[in-house]
Design a protein around this ligand. Structure first.
Ligand SMILES: O=C(CO)COP(=O)(O)O
Length: 124
């Protein structure tokens, strides 16, 4: 089962803490991330993460393509909603395609905990 992990800069510390806390669980999944998020995840954990382009360079769209193709079963996307992002249309496209394909999408830490717990249960 494949999970996408994405965090805007302001949310990267939260994502790193989440990943470190759930490292054993996350190891059960195939992980893919936008460029900088993936790089940081591999720096702070021993997780193996496939890296797409950085978000502003098309990474969100690449992950959206995976969702559309049925290749990614869940998305955890910690967004910074207090700052404007230059690639807002790409972000909206990713969120939209998750809804189109009914793919679990967590956009904050609290929902990320539930999504990961649900996925973990599905594995058993
Ligand atoms: O901008 C992002 C998502 O919209 C995240 O991209 P990075 O992981 O490359 O910082």
């Amino acid at each position: 089962m494949r999970i996408a992990l994405i965090a805007h800069d302001e949310k990267k510390p939260e994502m790193m803490e989440f990943a470190a806390h759930h490292e054993v669980t996350l190891r059960e999944f195939e992980l893919v991330a936008t460029g900088t998020t993936g790089k940081r995840l591999m720096e702070v954990t021993d997780l193996d993460v496939e890296r797409k382009e950085s978000g502003p360079l098309g990474g969100d769209l690449m992950l959206g393509g995976e969702v559309a193709a049925g290749e990614c079963e869940a998305v955890i996307f910690l967004r910074d909603v207090l700052d404007a992002q230059p690639h807002e249309p790409d972000i909206s496209a990713l969120l939209r395609i998750c809804d189109v394909h009914d793919v679990p999408l967590a956009t904050n830490l609290a929902s990320a905990e539930y999504v990961l717990e649900g996925l973990r249960t599905d594995l058993d």
